[in-house]
Every structure is written in structure tokens, then in C-alpha cells.
Write a protein that binds this ligand. Structure first.
Ligand code: SAJ
Length: 417
């Protein structure tokens, strides 16, 4: 491929960037993927993926083989630059935009008149405007989303990803998208880009609205899970089953309560609401409280385990069923199950057995504290206390007779009491 033929340059080849690069290239659009991690770059150039996601491997292999997808440590000239880099929070729960700024700086020298830059990373309101300002300061020779709306203007837009891990390849195509440019022409150009590979409806808006739409979606889910988690603690106080309460309440035509659990994990829902709180602390008290409820839930579960252990023989083994942040994936990021298992291992050491069918070894901290990774059968045989932390399909399939004589704390409501 010659240096100028890349139609699209995707910056950041993670959970969103790589699937998007694979999808765009599958539509015969040449893509250059850029990442700061050289092993990611080498893997992709060898046709391999570093992300576990259904249907991704085949697409990447095909595009690499056909020369439609290539990876590099450095950006090259393209018509469209798509930025999909992480936007975490720092220790004080403030948005950390370091990777977005680094991505902008990485394309600055290859930008040319008429290019389109789209930010997909979850971002605080105003980030896309800030991105354009950063580019303008370094490239005063270009009209970056300003001045006459003509073919030479460099366009800047925001379009949040909203795909669910485990269903990314389907949802990238099927989901509706909100596309918000800094100017109307920016919006139109970004819409034309997405319409090449999205079957859902692409809706035009502004960058600032699109930024808040994304944050609202994840804050909505977080808050609703916080409601379910609150109900689970209220039900415990009354010694009644929260699962029965929710099942019956959800028979009301306008009620749809989500599921309680051991807390909220993953790199999105447990993080993004803080962006709203940080920018509007006085107005977003409710969203902050939802976050605090969900962050406190693992400690509530730990207290329950401690209290149950007080009634059991002192050598009782504790089986932690699941480490992932949700069912049937291998992703341990921000996982409450992992946090709970860690704290239990630091208190009870080798009495802690861990079952996680989706990983081959324990994270180092857990192993260092003496916890052991065991099979589900071993856990069911050896432990006196079973703590269900993730609703993996293997755990759902366990026969009642295998746990009915044990002490069970089921944070996901998959086992009958
Ligand atoms: N959870 C519950 N109870 C529920 C639902 C979820 O405790 O009823 C927990 C899960 O166990 C998990 C966490 O919440 O720990 C998050 O899981 P999730 O399946 O709700 O969401 P994610 O983080 O995998 O993906 C979310 C999605 N956002 C929404 O559903 C609004 C996805 O569409 C986004 O693209 C993604 O965040 C993202 O990248 O922002």
C-alpha cells in the first residue's frame, strides 16, 4: 500500500478501535490502525487479534491478508482519522484526557486540507471543541472546523461508540449512532463516513449533545443498577428475596428493575458517570450517589461473607465463583468480583478457592495471597461457603443438589434457595 492510499486511520486499537478498523476495512476501505503498543501492532500485522470478541478474528485475518488493514506505531496521511483511545478517571475521579491529547498530537503533522477527524472515545462535554482548538494552535495553516465551509476545511466531529462487549461486531453495524460535528458541514461529512458501514440510523446532532448523550446512557444504566442494589440491601433487612420482589414488580407494565449484583464493573459504566459529576457537581448529586451505592456494594457483600463465616468451622473453604466483570467474558477490568476475591484472599489466604472458567491463571495479587484457581467441581466438593459473584453459564448449570447442603451467598440470583 502506498502512503497516501489509507482512506481511514484508526488511532487506538483496543476494544473499540480494532473492531471498527476490521469492520471499515471489510467494506473494502483501506485502513491503517495505529497503536502505541508495538506487540499489538505486530500481532495485527500477523493477522492476529489481542481481544477476545466473537467474529473479530476472521475479519482481521481477511483484511490483513487482502492488504486492506495494516497496523503501525505512527499515523500516516488519510482522509478520515478516527480516534478511539481510553479516557479513564484519575484517583480523584477526574477525567484523564491524556490519551486523546496524545492522539491529536500524533496526527498533527499528517493533517491536510479536507480531512475529517472523528472522536469516538467517551469524553466530557466540550472535549471535541478542545480537540479542534488544540489542532488549530499547532496547524494555523489549516482551517480546522472554522471559516468558510468548503472542501478545504478540516472537519472535526464526535460520534460515541455504544457497543456491548460480546456483541461488538453485530452492534457496530446494527446500532443507531449520534453524529455531532463542530459545524454543520463537519456533521454531514461524519454522517457520510458512518453511512458506509452502519445499518442503524445515523442521527445528526452537535458534538456537545453527542458527548452528553454517551455519558447519559451509561449514567442511566449505573443509576438503575444502583436502584436494584439498594433494593437488594433493603430486602436483606426484611429477610425477603430481592429476586422475587423484582420479578413481581416487573410484572407492572411500566416497571423494569435491573438486576442487583456484587457491584458494577467494566471500563465504562463504573467510570463515565464521574465525567458528569465532575463537570456539574452541584446538579449531579443523584448520579454521584448512584456511583457511591454501586462502589459500596462489594463491601456489603464482604460483610455478609464475614458474618456467615462466623457461624462456620474455622477451616471452612470459601469458593469465589467468577472473577470477570460480567457473565461469559474474560474481561477483569474494574471487576467487583475480582475486588471481593482479592480482599477475601488477603483476609483468609489459602482458604479462598477461585473458579473462573474464562482465565488460565489467577491475577498475581490473588495468587500471592494464597488463593488457588480451581475447577468448578473442585470448588463444589471442597468448600463450605459458596459465593456466586458472576452469572457465568457454567455456574447457572449447576444442579441444586450440589449446593443445597452448603452455605450459599448468591449475589447474582442464579441459584434457588
Ligand atoms: N450489571 C448489573 N445489573 C444489571 C446489568 C449490569 O449489576 O442489571 C453490571 C454488570 O454485571 C457489569 C456492569 O453492570 O458489572 C456493566 O455491564 P453492562 O452489561 O451493563 O455494560 P458494559 O459495561 O458491558 O457496556 C456498557 C453498555 N452501555 C449501556 O448499556 C448503556 C454499552 O452499550 C456501552 O457501549 C459500553 O458500556 C461502553 O463502552 O460505554
Amino acid at each position: 500500500m502506498s502512503r497516501l492510499t489509507h482512506y481511514c486511520c484508526v488511532i487506538g486499537l483496543g476494544y473499540i478501535g480494532l473492531p471498527t478498523a476490521a469492520l471499515v476495512s471489510s467494506r473494502d476501505i483501506p485502513v491503517l490502525g495505529v497503536d502505541v503498543n508495538s506487540s499489538v501492532v505486530d500481532n495485527i500485522n500477523a493477522g492476529e487479534t489481542h481481544i477476545v470478541e466473537p467474529d473479530l478474528d476472521g475479519l482481521v485475518q481477511r483484511s490483513v491478508r487482502l492488504g486492506l488493514l495494516r497496523a503501525s506505531l505512527e499515523a500516516e496521511p488519510a482522509k478520515v482519522f478516527l480516534i478511539a483511545v481510553p479516557t479513564p478517571i484519575d484517583e480523584e475521579k477526574r477525567p484523564d484526557l491524556t490519551a486523546v491529547h496524545a492522539a491529536a498530537d500524533s496526527i498533527i503533522n499528517v493533517l491536510k486540507p479536507g480531512d475529517l477527524i472523528i472522536l469516538e472515545s467517551t469524553s466530557p462535554v466540550g472535549t471535541t471543541d478542545g480537540l479542534a482548538a488544540r489542532l488549530r494552535a499547532r496547524r494555523p495553516d489549516l482551517a480546522i472546523a472554522e471559516g468558510a465551509e468548503n472542501d478545504d476545511m478540516v472537519s472535526v466531529a464526535y460520534c460515541p461508540e455504544r457497543v456491548l462487549p460480546g456483541r461488538i461486531m453485530q452492534e457496530l453495524v446494527a446500532n443507531d449512532r449520534c453524529v455531532g460535528g463542530i459545524t454543520p458541514l463537519c456533521t454531514q461529512r461524519a454522517l457520510a463516513f458512518y453511512n458506509q458501514f452502519v445499518n442503524g440510523t445515523c442521527i445528526a446532532t452537535t458534538a456537545r449533545v453527542a458527548e452528553l448523550v454517551k455519558l447519559s446512557e451509561n449514567a442511566f444504566r449505573d443509576l438503575n443498577i444502583a436502584f436494584a442494589n439498594t433494593l437488594s440491601m433493603v430486602s436483606d433487612r426484611h429477610d425477603i428475596s430481592v429476586w422475587e420482589v423484582i420479578e413481581l414488580a416487573n410484572r407492572h407494565p411500566r416497571v423494569n428493575i435491573l438486576k442487583p449484583g456484587p457491584g458494577v464493573g467494566g471500563h465504562c459504566i463504573a467510570v463515565d458517570p464521574w465525567f458528569i459529576v465532575h463537570a456539574a457537581p452541584e446538579e449531579a448529586g443523584l448520579i454521584r450517589m448512584g456511583r457511591e451505592v454501586n462502589d459500596a456494594k462489594p463491601h456489603y457483600v464482604l460483610d455478609k461473607v464475614r458474618r456467615a463465616l462466623e457461624t462456620l468451622p474455622s477451616a471452612t473453604k470459601i469458593a469465589c465463583l467468577g472473577l470477570a466483570f460480567k457473565a461469559d467474558i474474560d474481561d477483569l477490568r474494574e471487576s467487583p468480583a475480582l475486588g471481593i476475591s482479592h480482599l477475601l484472599a488477603s483476609e483468609y489466604g489459602s482458604r479462598v478457592l477461585v473458579v473462573e472458567p474464562n482465565v488460565r491463571s489467577l491475577p498475581s495479587g490473588l495468587a500471592a495471597d494464597g488463593a488457588q484457581l480451581v475447577t468448578l467441581d473442585e470448588a463444589l466438593e471442597q468448600s463450605g461457603l459458596l459465593l456466586v459473584l458472576v452469572d457465568h453459564r457454567q455456574f447457572k448449570a449447576v444442579a441444586r443438589s450440589r449446593y443445597s447442603t452448603k452455605t450459599v451467598i448468591d449475589t447474582r440470583g442464579i441459584w434457588q434457595s
